[in-house]
Write a protein that binds this ligand. Structure first.
Ligand SMILES: Cc1ncc(C[n+]2csc(CCOP(=O)(O)OP(=O)(O)O)c2C)c(N)n1
Ligand SMILES: [Mg+2]
Length: 794
């Protein structure tokens, strides 16, 4: 793109040409939204929306990046409200067909916010819930280090994030920057689109002023791109330093207000007026400027100066020992009539204003979505960029390629049975230890935990596999032979990523490791443990990680009030509902060690082998359970466990058994199974038959029922597992459900069968106590179950 308008700093870049491309990107992104809102048929007359101002703010940054700074193997996360800018660029680069531009926010069309899996021009990262996109590249970079260190993955990537300035209000951003593992990553580049505006308002001063220092304190190399060349030139003239002082010292909202002042006289007056009076030097400096010149001078920020941006990207590319943050000062709505308007976030330009913009950009009627004419310098620049970025290669890569089949064979189960009393959490520890004896399989596993690895029983696994750190660390305890209960050997061959106490970081880490197969072609099975109750702390990050296509295993342990003495908010009640309601993750709550083993091994197998696999959520307990209660009819039992449940106690062969008179079906789950069995045995002595149905997955039972109904609504035959668990002649038997969690999670069973139902569970916050005291208090003990069975029969 070299030509007469290239500068000494960028001899290979034709800046005028780049500006024309930038203008077309501004037009396309603005018009795409205009078209969706005002031109396209809108049958329900709901506002379609889109964010022209947020897009305009990022147009220069993304133009400079894609057309001059991007490298072929970069992976970039783009702020949610700039999705149309990305689509415009992908279209110009030949990576998105023209008709798609007409389908923004339409069913089956381009998504409102970047979607890695749904958008045809496939973003590298989904974004939308602000804050996650900002730091996901950090986690992805760590996952990249991991596959490089452990699997010899050789491709070099850079991980970039373009974020809005108000995104930095989200605490998860700072949680990530604070994590030791994520500091000093040399292939991460941030670009902050600092337009001093959020959704509602002009953001307060503090953050922007402290941003550079804050980022430096987290190890960033910070590049400020504050002013454009015109303002810089003005600052260099007599009176210029005072003008700079004036602009630097004014609060954000004063500056924003200046962007909206239309009279040149008023603008000059404001700029000359200091708290201590008028500055004549500044007045003289500005005296010769026309009204238009003054307006463009005051808004001449670095984030819209392509040359400055190119400088910044070039500087960033040279830094490889720590993350870089380019802080680019921008104008929200740049180049549009709504520039700098404090309430422009979701405002749209009017039809009249679109016509003015059309004239300004030289767009012909009917040619609104045209690309540059073939053979034009702009079209050539697009083609060169396409070639430079090897887009032909990446376009062939499916958005979500199926995982390469690894060598690892996943067994259905391990040979030995479990004896005596074992909790599901202990079972997890034993299963992971057993997995270390399967080298191919073990290699694919990577665990993580937010500072609760030891208390969730990952200790012996960590002892065997070591802790991952991109740098090898000295083991002072080992070197000095200091005795320790748990060896904590850290280095770049470890297989456990230990995080600080941040559930946001935890789920983002799982999510990043869980797309390794898609992005690096290296299949991994990430397994994370956390206290069940604290899932809510990171729930949005969990959903983000799944929506972004991550596949992983989350283990919530311990759970419920069974965790007696811990009390209060350490006891979880809602995760069963999250488990049922969260798409693309299957929730299981087993009771027996063998069940944990089957479920875990099957989950691992699917993640490694099945492109349609879901993530897995296992809710475990620390309550030791008698293993001899588990029936012996494997492998049929294994299949039922995986399908969501089985009949653990079944009285249907008793002579006195009369459905409709003396039969209750009791559905229970996890830690509550023994209470249910005790209750049922006691009632059986009085010829009241309570079948105990062990629900291993409330989630699967619920969704199979819902789906079967949907199929039947379409006239297609369908069955669901519950129909096997409850034979037809028992369908109207009353039901009791009991779980150590909110009763809501199993109470749907009543409507499946249209049966009278009593749902037991925990619907108040917890408190300390012995397990039995708490079971009684919350009425989930055997006696309460007996009372419920009697009540429901009457
Ligand atoms: C977690 C979350 N909370 C709230 C929102 C709603 N929201 C969308 S954009 C926005 C303001 C974003 O401002 P900024 O990041 O500065 O972006 P820009 O100014 O570039 O539009 C808010 C609050 C959201 N998308 N995600
Ligand atoms: Mg902003």
């Amino acid at each position: 793109m070299a030509s007469s308008s290239s500068t000494a700093a960028h001899p290979d870049i034709d800046l005028e040409l780049l500006k024309r491309i930038q203008q077309r990107i501004l037009w396309l992104s603005t018009y795409m939204i205009h078209y969706a809102n005002h031109v396209r048929q809108n049958p329900d007359s709901l506002k379609v929306g889109g964010h022209q101002a947020s897009c305009a703010s990022a147009v220069s940054i993304l133009t400079a990046y894609y057309f001059a700074a991007a490298e072929p193997d970069d992976l970039i996360s783009i702020k949610p409200h700039a999705a149309p800018v990305y689509h415009a660029i992908q279209y110009l680069l030949g990576n998105l067909p023209q008709d798609k531009l007409l389908r923004l926010r339409e069913f089956g069309g381009l998504q409102a916010y970047p979607s890695r899996l749904k958008d045809p021009d496939s973003f590298h990262f989904s974004t939308g819930s602000v804050g996650f996109g900002a730091v996901m590249p950090h986690f992805m970079s760590l996952a990249n280090h991991y596959v490089t260190d452990r699997f010899g993955y050789a491709q070099k990537h850079r991980f970039l994030a373009l974020m809005g300035d108000a995104e930095l209000d989200e605490g998860n951003v700072w949680e990530a920057l604070g994590d030791d593992n994520l500091q000093s990553l040399g292939n991460v580049i941030w670009v902050v689109d600092l337009n001093r505006q959020s959704l509602d308002r002009v953001v307060p001063n503090g953050r922007a002023q402290k941003l550079g220092a804050s980022l430096r304190s987290f190890g960033f190399h910070v590049i400020e791109v504050k002013y454009g060349a015109r303002l810089e030139a003005a600052f260099a003239r007599p009176g210029g330093p005072r003008l700079r002082d004036r602009i630097e010292q004014m609060p954000n909202d004063e500056y924003q207000a200046l962007l909206r002042v239309h009279s040149g006289e008023e603008l000059a007056h404001q700029l000359c007026t200091f708290p201590d009076g008028r500055d004549e030097a500044v007045a003289r400096l500005l005296a010769g400027e026309s009204e238009n010149d003054l307006r463009s001078l005051v808004s001449d920020l670095g984030g819209h100066d392509l040359s400055r941006l190119l400088d910044a990207f070039r500087e960033a590319a040279a830094i490889t020992d720590r993350p870089v943050a380019i802080v680019a000062y921008t104008v929200k709505g740049w180049g549009l009539p709504l520039a700098g308007d404090p309430s422009n976030h979701s405002r749209l330009v009017t039809a009249e204003q679109i016509e003015q913009l059309r004239g300004h950009c030289g767009i012909e009627e009917g040619g609104e979505f045209s690309a540059f004419p073939a053979g034009s310098p702009e079209a050539r620049a697009c083609l060169e960029t396409r070639q430079r970025l090897h887009l032909d290669r990446t376009a062939q890569r499916p958005a979500s390629s199926p995982p390469a089949h690894p060598q690892a064979q996943v067994p259905e189960s391990f040979a030995p049975d479990y004896h005596g009393e074992v909790s599901t959490q202990q079972a997890l520890g034993s299963i992971l230890s057993e997995l270390t004896r399967h080298p191919e399989l073990r290699a694919r596993l990577v665990t993580t935990s937010p500072d609760v690895a030891v208390s969730t029983n990952l200790g012996s696994w960590i002892q065997k596999v070591g802790v991952y750190s991109p740098q090898n660390r000295i083991d002072y305890f080992g070197e000095r032979s200091v005795p320790v209960a748990l060896k904590w050997k850290q280095g770049n061959h470890g297989q456990h990523v230990e995080l600080g106490i941040s559930e946001n970081n935890f789920f983002l880490m799982l999510g990043a490791l869980g797309v390794s197969s898609d992005l690096f072609g290296v299949p991994l099975v990430p397994i994370g443990t956390l206290y069940d109750t604290f899932i809510s702390r990171g729930l949005d990050a969990l959903h983000y990680a799944i929506y972004n296509g991550g596949k992983f295993i989350v283990i919530g342990t311990p759970s419920g009030i069974s965790l007696g003495p811990e009390g209060g908010l350490h006891q979880s009640l809602m995760p069963p509902s999250f488990g049922i309601e969260s798409p693309l993750i299957t929730y299981y709550e087993p009771c027996f060690a063998k069940e944990v083993e089957w479920i875990l091994l099957e989950g691992i197998r699917r993640i490694l082998e099945d492109p349609a696999a879901e993530s897995l959520f296992l809710r475990l307990s620390t309550v030791p359970q008698r293993q001899d209660l588990l029936p012996h009819d494997r492998p049929a039992l294994r299949q039922s466990v995986l399908d969501g449940g089985y009949r653990l106690l079944d009285y249907s062969n008793r002579a006195e058994y009369k459905p409709g008179e003396n039969v209750v079906n009791l559905f229970t789950c996890g830690a509550m199974v023994p209470q249910a069995v005790d209750a049922a045995r006691e009632l059986a002595a009085d010829e009241l038959f309570v079948n105990v149905i062990c629900v291993t997955s409330p989630d699967l039972l619920h969704r199979q029922w819902v789906r079967a109904n949907r199929e039947r609504m379409q006239g297609r035959p369908a069955a669901h597992h519950l129909e096997q668990l409850v034979p037809r002649n028992e369908a109207h038997c009353p039901i009791v459900t009991v779980m150590d969690g909110h009763p809501h999670a199993l109470s749907f069973l009543g409507s499946v069968f249209g049966a009278r139902t009593v749902a037991l569970g925990v619907d108040r916050y917890g408190q300390s106590g012995s397990r039995q005291e708490l079971y009684q208090h919350y009425q989930i003990d055997a006696l309460s179950i007996i009372r419920a069975a009697i009540e429901v029969l009457n």
